[in-house]
Design a protein around this ligand. Structure first.
Ligand SMILES: [Zn+2]
Length: 324
């Protein structure tokens, strides 16, 4: 990594908490990096509207800059041919990051969905996969609290760099599900101090793990992914989007259980095509539409049907809970 890429190391003996350092990185990068300035400026003018659905509502964000991510080709051939934008050797000259335990680099996302939106990239070009890194994910959620939450998009359901391990961070509470979900949850199980709850009437398949022990949370998460594998009959990483936060001494890990990445309408031709490519933020209730026509025409039936189509069926969620 080039020395000029390093904004700070964490932890260091005189270091500030990680959430403070991360906020400082954002402030410094906003002054030094025109591309980020443009991205944050553009965010001030994005249009937002609420769509009321059956039992829940979502926010739509018309954000033309997100076309790069929403429209990204993520098939194996396209990924092989492009230069990986998360490898430190390919970062723009102005971009700096915080090196966490020599393993992960916290970077500002220059095409943000939130005013402060970070990518947390592994220092090596290794595939996107969460199970070996769930402990790091939990540690990051704690160290970035109370200012930020972390999230993860599976390699086949939303990661725009499926070949390079990364998480993201957003301001705590900026993804609507973080605040909405508690009123939809019903506790299904409790084991090793970790509760497992399922969301009812939320239009998506969601399980939430909550507990105050890092190791217990790791174990519970690994039990969950193993149950998902058995029930969905896959050897690969089960398709999921994961939100992680830490408050009042407890972790909350929200798992959206996915059956597919992009809805059928994404692949239609011409006017019928709807450019909505759901990842954590979208399925978390802030649906990004880079095209104005989609922003204007998305209604409750479109949103409900997309969420239904990309989520695993409720009876499978039930079987996963039973298999835990
Ligand atoms: Zn890479």
């Amino acid at each position: 990594m080039a020395p000029q890429t390093l904004f700070a190391r964490f932890p260091e003996h005189d270091t500030h908490p990680l959430h403070v350092l991360t906020h400082r990185l954002y402030e410094a990068q906003q002054r030094q990096w025109p591309m980020l300035q443009d991205g944050v400026e553009a965010l001030k003018n994005v249009r937002v509207r609420t769509v009321d659905c059956n039992g829940f509502s979502v926010r739509l964000q018309f954000n033309p800059k997100r076309i790069v991510s929403t429209g990204a080709k993520v098939d194996a051939a396209a990924i092989r041919e492009r230069k990986c934008f998360l490898c430190s050797a390919h970062l723009p000259a102005e971009q700096q990051g915080i090196l966490v335990r020599e393993k992960f680099l916290i970077l500002c996302n220059p095409m943000p969905i939130f005013p402060e939106h970070f990518t947390i990239a592994h220092v090596d070009h290794i595939p996107q996969s969460i199970e070996e890194s769930i402990l790091t994910f939990l540690t990051m959620a704690k160290e970035l609290s109370p200012r930020y939450s972390v999230f993860y998009n599976g390699p086949k359901c939303g990661a725009s760099a499926p070949d390079h391990l990364h998480f993201q961070a957003s301001p705590f509470g900026a993804i609507p599900a973080e605040k909405e979900l508690p009123s939809y949850l019903r506790q299904m199980k409790e084991s090793g101090g970790v509760t497992v709850s399922s969301a009812e009437g939320y239009g998506r398949s969601v399980l939430v793990l909550s507990g105050n022990g890092e190791q217990q949370m790791e174990l519970a998460f690994l039990r969950l992914t193993s149950a998902m594998r058995r029930v969905t009959g896959t050897n690969d990483e089960p398709m999921m989007n994961v939100l992680g936060s830490y408050a009042d001494g407890r972790w909350t890990v929200t798992v959206f259980l996915r059956s597919k990445h992009r809805p059928d309408v994404y692949f239609r031709e011409g006017e019928e095509k709807v450019l909505i490519s759901p990842a954590s933020v979208d399925i978390g209730g802030l649906v990004v539409t880079p095209m104005e026509k989609d922003f204007l025409r998305a209604d409750s039936s479109m949103i409900e049907s997309i969420f239904h189509e990309i989520s695993i069926p409720q009876d499978a969620v039930q079987r996963i809970v039973e298999a835990l």
